[in-house]
Design a binder for this molecule. Sequence first.
Ligand SMILES: [Zn+2]
Length: 402
Amino acid sequence: MFWIKEASIYTAATAGSGTRLLPTERERKFMSDKQFDVLIRNGLVFDGTGRAPRREDIAIANGNIAERGADLNGSSARTEIDAGGKWVLPGMLDIHTHLDLEVEVNPGLEEVVRHGTTTVVVGNCSLGAAFGAQRRNGDNPIVDCFARVENIPKDVLERCADRMTWTHTADYLAHFASQPLGPNVAPLIPHSMLRIEVMGVDDAVHRQPDRSELERMQGLLTEAMQQGYPGFSTDGLPFHYLANDPHKDRRVPTQYASMAEMKSLLNIVREHDRVWQATPDSHDRLKTLRWFLLTSGRLYGKPLRTSALTAIDPVADRNAWKLFLKLARLFNSRLLNGKFHFQVLSAPFRIWGDGVTMPAFEEILSIIGTTTQNDNQKTQKSFHILSARASVDFWVPSGFLS
Ligand SMILES: [Zn+2]
């Protein structure tokens, strides 16, 4: 597969929303000298509309596709690219990444753009950098929250946090303007970090916010929506634990939020017509159902755009995907009037490890739900469970989007 960066302005999103693909007559006249900035010749063009691919040229002027067609005769451009034998694709959107920290040390994100992704969403699963390093009163949330959830060494996380000069969501957005970014970056407001911002780490994983704290959270979230953040993220996965003492037995702060807190914050997202990104609590299906009913326009006045990540294990539960499809249909039915979509893994998800030094082994005890660290029998059992799980490919059937 070949991807040409200059074509990235022609994204899947714009193609899907009916954006015109060709210039108007007036624009055509203006460009009668057929001078373009970039001319991509002879590529096999997949234009994102679902049409069969066509071999054609694409001309770009002022950052827009100015003309396209088979053999643009007489045209010239400052840069001409021979895409013969290659595919030319719209830039892809990666809606679920955890590149929040990597983008601070390596803004080009070469491994992302070389695969054709031109926009990445960060701030997923309630974790992110929108409030900066948040190192106050002995807290170190970037290390605490990311180390175990994202399997990143603590010393690397420390160095990432050192680079965070901002303390506010507006400054976080602004700092991207001075970064030599590879792809576009769209950050969500992360719920765990919002809770920590208002309550501190210890309180955020032990109690509910009082009225003034909840109002402060609502205020910060409202401000962020007004600043242009595309959404808000929460998390329910039962193996997402903090990494620093004395909180190693506590999960990330979002998981301690009451239904009332969730409702009040998500109402702000709903009012601004932004997106709620969530992961389900796979151990508590009833709670998951109650949470995802928050997408309903019938129950809450206006549909809440909801994007839910889950990975299906087809070996342990062969019929899970059918249940998920049914759920999505129910949420989006006329009865509930929701805007609910599952996120799809586009390829089998494999975990590779370098022997027993793999950080995932730290999670053995949490996987089997025991806290008896010196119990040899349990530890042996958990190793067995982990090795069995590591051999499973997570897989989602194509066409799974609701
Ligand atoms: Zn995630």
